[in-house]
Design a protein around this ligand. Structure first.
Ligand code: S3P
Length: 449
């Protein structure tokens, strides 16, 4: 590790806190923010975005699109994207750096595939370890070429203005792979279909329609076929980005764990493909209410109120994993405070996120005195109402590992320290200040209680 990297890390301890109380709004949904910028760039005319997530992952997507010839600027509180139309982007002058973002990289590969250009894609140490083969395999069938036999960043990708449409059955439940293929399909002549056997987040399908693309979704023998009509024309439009349920999950968990807490998070996306965590929280005995449910810009949103209650362990079946895939680290932390065993099945995808989240979560739980084990793709946590804490957690450049264990420290007997908080800025820069505004306490070292 270089001296710069060492200096850039920011350790922090979360300290036992009193009841968390109040109303907050968390930043815009990360998945929708990436897509709104990308679809705007592929449209004719200007797209105006309200509530865009201003975090490093999304800013890197905006910079990449600007380098590809679609200028993006902030005007007042709105972001404006000057679209170039489907197939209208141009070769960038240098490499595109996606930082920590798998979503940015994989979706953009689908877009690059449809353009006659050669682009180098780079990322940080975490992103450079993540598998890209899952998007390259279908995109290469459509006409994308990759220099060398690589499936990790850095990659040099050569797109084509004459992509071939395909029918692709997802081998892993991944909205990123589905979206990359559909985005490439916009540029192909004819219809491109993706078949999924487990429902993954459907923001691409919903939002492409909003921009004027023809997208069909049909049930097919227990699976779902999603078809996009190619040579598409997208038209710039207005998008309101709802608050991110994956960010709100940390606040909801803190309220669930700290006795006496009563917290409301406003305007949160409650798309059924994203709310598995909240459903499990309810099953554990927590009071979770979706208030004033409404529609905003084609997505359902609600104010989510969470009140502390004693929790009990539950079994979370494998088929539910895609609806809460990013929430397992925080769910594991919640499980540590729930009486009895919580069993979470079907976690293979957790191993290829910003870190191996299954291993990082188990290690973090052990460091804080929690009885937990991973067995294949299953995670077992044996919880109790008291958690010792007192440990230091290795975050492995993973924002959600950092936020999960900081949340643990608010309710454990001794402070919980994470070795680095710098990556929190990739998805939720306001995490610490929002938590503090509700009553959470943080310090610079485990000794400072
Ligand atoms: C995302 C899909 C999920 C999720 C990621 C965002 C998206 O990844 O973990 O944070 O925006 O499509 P996978 O597609 O790899 O499951």
């Amino acid at each position: 590790m270089s001296a710069d990297t060492v200096n850039a890390t920011r350790p922090l301890a979360a300290l036992t806190s009193g009841p968390l109380q109040g109303r907050v709004r968390v930043p815009g949904d990360k998945s929708i923010s990436h897509r709104a910028l990308m679809f705007g760039a592929l449209s004719t005319g200007t797209t105006r975005l309200k509530g865009l997530l201003e975090a490093e992952d999304v800013i890197n997507t905006a910079k990449a699109l600007t380098a590809l010839g679609a200028p993006i600027e902030k005007i007042g509180s709105e972001w404006h994207v000057k679209g170039r139309g489907v197939g209208g982007l141009r070769q960038p002058d240098g490499p595109l750096d996606f930082g920590n973002s798998g979503t940015g990289t994989r979706l953009m590969l689908g877009i690059i595939a449809g353009h006659d250009m050669t682009v180098e894609l780079t990322g940080d140490a975490s992103l450079s370890r993540r598998p890209m083969g899952r998007v390259l395999t279908p995109l290469q069938k459509m006409g994308l070429e990759i220099e060398g036999a690589r499936d990790r960043l850095p990659l040099v990708a050569r797109g084509s203005a004459s992509l071939v449409p395909i029918v692709y059955e997802l081998p892993v439940p991944s909205a990123q792979v589905k979206s990359a293929v559909l985005l490439a399909g916009l540029h192909a002549a004819g219809e491109t279909s993706v078949i999924e056997s487990e429902a993954t987040r459907d923001h691409t399908e919903r939002m492409l329609r909003h921009f004027g693309a023809e997208v069909r979704v049909a049930a097919e023998g227990g699976k779902t076929r999603i078809t996009v009509v190619g040579d598409a024309e997208l038209t710039g439009c207005d998008v309101v980005v709802p608050a991110d349920p994956s960010s709100a999950a940390f606040i909801a968990a803190a309220a669930a764990l700290v006795p006496g807490s009563d917290v409301t998070v406003e305007g949160v996306l409650i798309n059924p493909t994203r709310i598995g965590f909240y459903e499990v929280l309810r099953e554990m005995g927590c009071e979770v209410d979706f208030l004033d449910a409404r529609d905003e810009g084609g997505e359902p949103v609600a104010d989510i109120r969470v009140r502390h209650a004693p929790l009990k362990g539950v079994h979370v079946a494998a088929h539910r994993a895609p609806s809460m895939i990013d929430e397992y680290p925080i769910l594991a932390v919640v499980s540590a405070f729930a009486a009895g065993e919580t069993r979470m099945d079907g976690l293979a995808e957790l191993k290829v996120k910003e870190s191996d989240r299954l291993a990082a979560t188990v290690a973090g739980l052990h460091a804080n005195g929690v009885d937990a084990k991973a067995d294949g793709d299953t995670l077992f946590v044996n919880g109790g109402r008291q958690v010792r804490g007192g440990g230091t957690v290795a975050t492995h450049l993973d924002h959600r590992i950092a936020m999960s264990f900081l949340t643990m420290g608010l309710a454990s007997q001794e402070p919980v320290t994470v070795d680095d908080t710098s990556m929190v800025a990739t998805s939720f820069p306001e995490f610490l200040s929002l938590m503090q505004s509700l009553g959470a306490r943080f310090g610079t070292s485990a000794g400072q209680a």
